[in-house]
Design a protein around this ligand. Sequence first.
Ligand code: URA
Length: 160
Amino acid sequence: MIKNWESLEAECKKCRRCNLCDTRTNLVFGEGNLKSKILFVGEGPGYNEDVQGRPFVGRSGKLLDNLLEEINLSREKIYISNIVKCRPPENRDPLPEEQEKYINWLRNQVYIMRPKIIVTLGRIASLKIIDSEIKITRDHGIFTLKKGVWFMPTLHPPPF
Ligand code: URA
């Protein structure tokens, strides 16, 4: 495991483990407060995120900001990242093999950040990170404790 955040980000930006880097504009490593105990994880960058190199900056990002505000949170109080760090073409779901190639980058982010709560945004991130049996419409909002970390799946903020 890489112990330093800047080194981890620099290494991740060199990643050529799958083909997504061939079609993306920017790798989206994540953004927010590294001292936060809350980590939000989406599935992967969309069009706007790819252009700006930042997570959740498109329409679903605006909705996410509003939802955070309702519970007295903001981007400055949390960290946000994604399972895959490069945009899948046409915003398709990241393939299982692509997710698998990226997951160690996320594990390393968790290793350094040591969050107490991990909130997964949407079905794909929830299945990959929490439990492959999750039914997102049934299980969203339910906390599970695993190895000292609370995990909660949520519905992905819809992009409208
Ligand atoms: N949806 C995601 O899952 N991640 C982003 O960064 C933006 C939209």
